[in-house]
Design a protein around this ligand. Sequence first.
Ligand code: ATP
Length: 194
Amino acid sequence: MQIGIYGGTFNPVHLGHIHLLREVMATGLLGKILVMPDRTPPHKQALDLVAGWKRFEMLKLATMGMEGIQVSDFELRREGKSYTYMTLRLLREFYPDDQFSLIMGADMLLSFREWRNWEEILSYTRLIAAARDEGEYERLELAAKALGNTELIRITPLPVSSTEVRAAVKKGHSLEKLVPQPVADYIRENHLYQ
Ligand code: ATP
């Protein structure tokens, strides 16, 4: 099977993430997608980072009923930093008959060469990437061409970020246009990001 891996901090999951998941599933490129919250993000500083299992629960709430989408605790259960190349090595060992693709937004594609062992990853993993903002496609096309083994999908960008969600909570603003309702309820009930 063609399996997509969608990794991230998801602190918290937001509508931009869900939009990307829907659009990638709609391409028919993949049989299923594993959404994997990471334990300690190697790419960014962990400011205001909520416990892994809570980020996991919010992902479950956000993707409930979405066909082909599975939230996975594969990286949360591993000790130490979650490097993508390690995850892929392990997945390939466990599932030798499947092919894996990595799903990512523009920022991750444009900084892909900073990932640990990116050449190894790219040698056996297709990247599937999309814009987060208007006007990003030209740069993405150049990056995709230079890297190779990369599928750019054309989506109408939904420019939301977890940073924006955390800031909205702090200011007491509505989360209605930023996260799915069950996630907004979870954030409020658990007093997250205050
Ligand atoms: P933060 O604001 O805390 O940096 P983030 O919104 O970038 O977080 P991540 O969990 O770091 O969210 O992102 C996980 C993956 O989802 C990355 O590949 C990122 O590029 C992608 N992504 C995040 N937001 C969007 C969006 N609005 N549209 C498309 N892809 C997105």
